[in-house]
Every structure is written in structure tokens, then in C-alpha cells.
Design a binder for this molecule. Sequence first.
Ligand SMILES: [Zn+2]
Ligand SMILES: [Zn+2]
Length: 424
Amino acid sequence: MPLKWVGSTTASFPSAVEGLLLQPAIPSNRAVGDGIEQSAFSAATRVPVRGWILCCNVRTITAIITPGEKIRADTRHHHTQEEKALRAAIIHAPGDIRVENRPDPVVTTPTDAVIRMVATCVCGSDLWHYRGINKVKGPAPIGHEYMGVVEAVGDSVTTVSPGDLVIGSFISSDGTCGICTDGYQSACVERSFVTGAQAEKLLVSHADGTLVTVPGRPDKSLYPSLLACSDVLGTGWFGAVAAEVGAGKSVCVVGDGAVGLCAVLAASQLGAEKIIAMSGHSDRQKLARRFGATDIVDARGDEGAAAVKDLTGGLGAHSVVECVGTGESMKQSLASCRPGGHVGYVGVPHGIELTGKDLFGPMLHLHGGPAPVRRFLPDLIDRVISKTIEPGLVFTDTFTLETIADAYRAMDERRAIKAFISFD
Ligand SMILES: [Zn+2]
Ligand SMILES: [Zn+2]
């Protein structure tokens, strides 16, 4: 049986190399192209084969990349005019982002969709890799926030069609399991983390459960705000909902990155009476005010918690949204919450250690995790289209895919709050 490359055209790679690459990794009773599951492989997500690396997501092989120069030389050599390749950001090592040619993604399972990117961006969580705090298993595609036009769908996809402008969450979900129907799509039994969105095209699994169509033909000026729904707004919104933000309540937001600022916006939309933004940067304080913050606290630690208590009748905030993920920010969040209050946390935890006493004595509720952005997407898109909210203001700088390394640098050095990648 001839080998067929998943996620690419066979012609993108020399057939000799293709056979060499795939043969050892394919179970004898399956052909690549059948939607080989990761469990079919003996190794985990990355299978080194003679110096090449086969990349898989949870269900399907998505890409092939090699370390060093070899792939680029080979790809260039075998690339012809009618063959397709796309440009994509690849992280090689901390601080080392390059834009390279990769195979064109294709639909491989009936629930897949391929989208052509209209807008993407760099996320604060990409910086965990860029700064080497998270191990870089590079070279690897990167990026998980996306808006694009559907190019192709699998046979069973019914809710989106080629030509639709769509936004999806950074976690794909089937939309049908009991966890999805409970509204926790980011913990779907079929979930897989989207990566490789900083590219001209993206393969999205479980398209029906993951993608939402943007109605009409929105003006391009709305693209930044629409893209913000894909992660930062959805995440900030979930943080506020997890913290039980509601009418008449006091809210404290810890973290003044794009997610924190969007949590301020969410608190304002959800009717909070007092919204305290903890921020030490004047540009971010200004945006927090614009998004609805009523008070700014720039102190940290005990002094910061005391300032929050002063602003809330000595009690602490009803709701605290933790948007950083460090031990220090979690401590700050717990200390700023009143007894019986709710802390919603959406910062990816790095070095957070809690004991029972941290929650028991102060009688605090704690709820968070990777945001089920899909739950909120239709509502958030409506609010953007109707110009009720403008979360796109968190994008302070615009770059192209080819200059995305500069976008990473600008965010790493905190010159940009968030970097928008335009495909115009
Ligand atoms: Zn993100
Ligand atoms: Zn599900």
C-alpha cells in the first residue's frame, strides 16, 4: 500500500525520505491517512526517526519537522510551483522563533476543518516557552489563538462550511460529551490543545464542537476584538465567572496582562460595582480604567492586600480573578478575597503550592483552570459585533507573520501588552 502523508501532500517530501520516515512508526495494520491515533504509536507525542521528528497531536499526526538545517534544504529542493507549502512560526529553543515552510495541512478525519488564517497573535503563555520557563521540545509549531476562513471540512462537519469566517478556542472539543454539555469544553473527554496557529493555515479537529462562525462580513477594524475572543477575552471572562462576579459585587483583578485587562472588562460587563485592578504600569492602568476599573492598586503583597481591604470596607473583595499563575499572585489573590468569597484563577500555575489551611480558615472558594472559551464564544462575538465591547484594545502592536520574532521580543520586553499578527 503506498504511503500517504497526513497533514501534507506526499509530493512535499521526497518519496524515499517519506518511506524512511513513516515506515517505522506506522502499525502494520493501518495506513497513514486513516487518522492514526496517538495510542497506535509506541512512543509518546514525539517519535524521533533517524534524526527527524514526527509530531502528533492527541489524535492525529499533524506535522513533520526536523532539527537544524536539513528540513529546510530538503523542502526547498523538492518544492515545486504546483506543490503547496505554508509559512509557519517554529520555536527552536528559548528566544529562537523562526518562520519556515511547512506542509499544507489537509483534512484527515471527518470531523476536521482546515482554516486559512486571517489573524493570530502571540500569547502570554507562549512566553513561558520563549523564556525557557516551560521546556521547549523544539523545533515545534507554536500559537493557539486564531481567526480564519474555512477552506475545507471533513464529511461529518455540519456547523461550519468553506468560506465561513470562524473563531475557535485554544482547546478543541467535541461539544457533545457530558463535560462539554456541562459547559467545561476545555476538559472535553476528546480535548486536544491547539498549536501551530501562528501560521498561514491551521488544522482544527472537532470543528463542530470547536469553531464558531462570525455572522456577516465584519469590518476589518473589528478583527483585533474578534481575535481577542479566541483566548484572552474568553479566559478573562471565565476567570470573572469562576469568581462569581455579579451585579453589585466588588472585584479585584490580579495581573495586568491582556487576560487581566479582559477580566476587568468582563467584570464591568457582568455588572460589578467596584472593580479594583492591581497594576503598576501606567499604560495598563489607563486601559484598565477604559475597560471599567473603578480603582487601581499598584502595591503588592501585604500592602496590596491592605489597599484592597481599604477599598472594600475592610473585608476584601467578593470576587478575585487571578490572571498570572505564580505562587506570589495566587497568594495575593487569596489575601485580597473576603471570607466566603470566590477566587477564579486562569493563570497557568507555575510554582503555586496551597495547603488546606490557605482555604479552610478564610473560607474561600477556588475555581479555575484552562478556560472553556467555547462556552462564551457566541456571546462574546455578539458583544464585539454590536460594538458593546472593544477587547482588541489589548493589542498594542501589529506585526506580520514574517516579523513574528519581533512580536515575541516586544512582548518579552513588555514593550507591547499583546502583539497582533495581521495577514493582509
Ligand atoms: Zn493564549
Ligand atoms: Zn466533549
